[in-house]
Ligand binder design. Structure first.
Ligand SMILES: C[S@@+](CC[C@H](N)C(=O)[O-])C[C@H]1O[C@@H](n2cnc3c(N)ncnc32)[C@H](O)[C@@H]1O
Length: 223
């Protein structure tokens, strides 16, 4: 099926609330485990999460790895409201975790460069995906670790609805609507490989890791 782009920011109050309250335990935990397995040596330094939403992955990483600094960037104040609320409930993390409001490309980051740049479910929102890869490349140090997970586009709208029903059958309607729109807006693995080649990042590996997720890993070029 052809890609149907969706709005970039998730800045409606109801939408952000439904997303923040939804159960993403399984994919978010898997994301953190992928990070731990791929980059076992990275237990100190600074990590940037692009499109962090309500901050679940940022807070999971920071609480499991007490020497990591973790920053989360998102353009939606409504999403960051929930991220900051959660951080407030975990005061022990406040010295190492920071949430930044900013829209890609062109957001100002607190650090000049990061040891790792991660992102879950942002890429498919972007109308110009090369902006995502350019920001990721600029934000990382030479050789920085990369971990990007996203949905990939199913073959048809029927297949997309089947995925929505299988994984969010009992969630609120607004969340199911957004999930369907995200599947239709997502890129196919071959399209992601073409984006990487265009940005000089074809050293990164792209592979599917579930019936709906694609994972991009590897290191930024050395200089
Ligand atoms: C589907 S959510 C993913 C949130 C989080 N990464 C997670 O895994 O739960 C996508 C997030 O990207 C943000 N976003 C979309 N386009 C953006 C842009 N151009 N700049 C900054 N944030 C953006 C949205 O506001 C939203 O919070």
């Amino acid at each position: 099926m052809r890609r149907i782009p969706e709005p970039e920011l998730m800045d409606e109050a109801e939408q952000a609330r439904a997303y923040a309250l939804a159960d993403f335990d399984e994919p978010n935990e898997r994301f953190v485990q992928f990070f731990e397995t791929h980059y076992p040596e990275l237990r100190t330094g600074a990590v940037l999460d692009l499109g962090c939403g309500p901050g679940d992955i940022v807070l999971r990483l920071a609480s499991r790895h007490p020497a990591l600094v973790v920053h989360g960037l998102d353009g939606s104040a409504a999403m960051l409201h929930y991220a900051c609320e959660r951080l407030h409930e975990a005061p022990a993390l406040s010295g190492r975790v920071q949430f930044i409001e900013g829209v890609l490309p062109g957001a100002t980051l607190p650090l000049p460069a990061y040891d790792a740049v991660i992102s879950n479910s942002l890429l498919h929102h972007l109308h110009e995906p090369r902006h995502f890869w350019q920001v990721l490349r600029e934000a990382g140090k030479p050789g920085a670790r990369v971990m990007v997970m996203d949905l990939f586009r199913p073959e048809s709208e029927q297949a997309a609805w089947a995925i929505v029903e299988q994984y969010s059958g009992s969630e609120p309607a607004v969340l199911k609507r957004d999930f369907f729109a995200s599947l239709c807006a997502a890129f196919e693995p071959a399209e992601i490989r073409a984006q990487l080649a265009e940005c000089g990042l074809d050293g990164l590996e792209v592979r599917t890791v579930s019936d709906r997720h694609v994972l991009v890993t590897g290191r930024l070029p050395p200089g």
